[in-house]
Design a protein around this ligand. Structure first.
Ligand code: CA
Length: 332
């Protein structure tokens, strides 16, 4: 395992409570085991309902199964209005959405196109909300804003990373992450980690970290030392819509030792596995474009849009978000 070997030589400086060598060994073991596991189980989760969103139509709010997804053209959202934040937000569930980065709006750059801030769109649909803006003040580490057929995107090269503010502290209702990404694969089919949410202080036996990456042509989700890998998920030839839905505690008072993780490519489930649940705690080291587990692994490629929910979306809701992103980020 090339990645595991070189990461052991470069331990992160932020890990303090666990002997890193032991943890990394376990990660490598899990990864190697999962690479030969080609089972493709179908994961169905119970729906999670609740909350109100002013821009979600009442029908969708009352029915968590989203009987008739208003994916293409919500009323009043034709023409130029269709790409407004308010209209886009009507095409997918927003209950539990805690971060929404869209590269065609909210990206601020220097005069030569280096990204200083990628602003969270959430405050536009939830006035008063403080967004999870992704930032980078060091010029050498700033990704570039690029324009192409699908619209503006944020392009990351090695050593580029955006940092997220502290937060992301309660995933007891689960975690769902959706990403429109065009990975630039290296000779090993690896493009690195595009989103890492970590790490709160160690509180129990459950996972402080969640990370989504592309390695060996596979989509890889990690929660602490547990991993779920979908083999052959990416060819690097265009936009991909990847997602992970990690179920929550389901009403238990303490994080369960094993919970279901569902990986999708587009709106199709490509892998279902298990990982320990995510623990509660303020996450202070979230970043876009650099692995937390493998500090030398930076993301290479373009990101178009990222949505993070603090709950596990049910199957219909997850497909709806995926279909929204696939329509927005078509393959050229
Ligand atoms: Ca750079």
């Amino acid at each position: 395992m090339k990645r595991a070997a070189h990461s052991i030589a470069a331990p992160p400086t932020t890990r303090s409570r666990l002997p890193w060598g032991i943890v990394m060994g376990a990660v490598a073991l899990v990864s190697c085991t999962l690479l030969v596991d080609t089972s493709n189980l179908d994961g169905e989760r119970a729906g999670v309902d609740g909350g109100t969103e002013p821009l979600v139509e009442s029908g969708a709010e009352a029915d968590a199964d989203v009987a008739s997804p208003d994916v293409v053209s919500p009323s009043g959202c034709e023409g130029a209005a269709a790409s407004s934040t308010g209209c886009l937000a009507r095409r997918f569930p927003t209950d539990g959405l805690i971060m929404w980065l869209r590269a065609d709006d909210g990206v601020e750059t220097t005069a030569d196109g280096r990204v200083t801030v990628w602003r969270d769109a959430l405050p536009k649909i939830r006035p008063g909300t403080i967004g999870n803006d992704a930032k980078q003040s060091q010029s050498a580490a700033q990704p570039m804003r690029v324009t192409e057929a699908a619209g503006a995107a944020v392009a990351f090269a090695a050593d580029d990373v955006l940092t997220l503010p502290a937060g992301f502290d309660d995933f007891t209702a689960g975690l769902s992450v959706f990403v429109a990404v065009w990975p630039q694969l290296d000779g090993n089919g690896t493009a690195g980690s595009f989103l890492a949410l970590g790490a709160p202080a160690l509180q129990d036996e459950c996972a402080r970290l969640g990370e989504l990456s592309i390695g060996g042509y596979s989509l890889d989700y990690r929660a602490e030392i547990d991993g779920v890998t979908a083999i052959g998920s990416s060819d690097g030839r265009g936009w991909d819509v990847f997602s992970v839905v990690h179920e929550g505690w389901n009403g238990q008072g303490k994080c369960p030792a094993s919970t279901t993780v569902t990986l999708r490519v587009g709106d199709a489930v490509v892998k279902t596995g298990t990982a320990r649940a995510l623990t509660k705690g303020l996450r202070t080291d979230g970043r876009i474009g650099r692995s937390w587990y493998f500090p030398d692994d930076y993301f290479n490629g373009k990101l178009g849009e990222i949505l993070v929910y603090e709950r596990a979306l049910d199957d219909a809701q997850a497909r709806q978000v995926a279909q929204y992103l696939t329509a927005r980020w078509p393959r050229p």
